[in-house]
Design a protein around this ligand. Structure first.
Ligand code: SF4
Ligand code: SF4
Length: 182
């Protein structure tokens, strides 16, 4: 008796995935500055070392692999890469000297140009435009500052309107305010 295995579903999945692949993507990423992306041999040391991956679904090895394979439409709109805190642990430990944070910066720049940015980063960037800081100074922080002998409000853009105007001028000049929609 002849044994036939129906592979229709598997073939459909492979065909669907193949349609998602943009073979130019990895070259575009390299041209944009992430020159080491193809050095990765997928050992997983980065994922095992990544503090963000401990607390989120972010897997840096997978991100690099998706870039290598050309899954642009999965990589750029996703929140994954915005979970990297740029601590550089992966970079220090990578046996192939893949400059992972640089790759992530490059991908973020590409994503922003296409209109994607994680909401949390957008909020922080908007605060930067409004106050010159990415973290707000709330009453709790003020009380803590006072407790350790500091003035409640630091002598930064928070208390210096001229300095704030200068910062805002730079952000306007570079178009940063428009990019983040502030
Ligand atoms: S540690 Fe380096 S070589 Fe290993 S998976 Fe991560 S990027 Fe690739
Ligand atoms: S730089 Fe980013 S990806 Fe690398 S270990 Fe730190 S948080 Fe993870």
């Amino acid at each position: 008796m002849e044994l036939r295995i129906d592979m229709t579903d598997e073939v459909e999945v492979v065909e669907k995935k193949a349609k998602l692949v943009n073979p130019e993507f990895v070259e575009e990423v390299i041209k944009a500055g992430a020159v080491s992306v193809n050095l990765c041999w997928q050992c997983g040391t980065c994922t095992a070392s990544c503090p963000s991956g401990l607390h989120t679904a972010f897997r840096v090895r997978k991100l690099i692999r998706r870039v290598q394979l050309g899954f642009m439409d999965e990589v750029l709109p996703a929140d994954d890469m915005w979970m990297c805190t740029t601590c550089y642990t992966c970079h220090e430990r990578c046996p192939r000297d893949v400059k992972i944070p640089e790759i992530i910066f490059t991908l973020r720049n590409m994503a922003v140009k296409m209109g994607y940015m994680a909401e949390t980063h957008k909020k922080a960037a908007t605060l930067l435009v409004k106050t010159g800081h990415t973290i707000p100074l709330d009453d709790k922080a003020k009380a803590l500052r006072k407790k350790v002998g500091l003035i409640e409000t630091p002598l930064t853009t928070l208390s210096n309107s001229e300095a704030l105007e200068e910062v805002q001028k730079i952000l306007r000049h570079t178009g940063f305010d428009k990019i983040v929609g502030a």
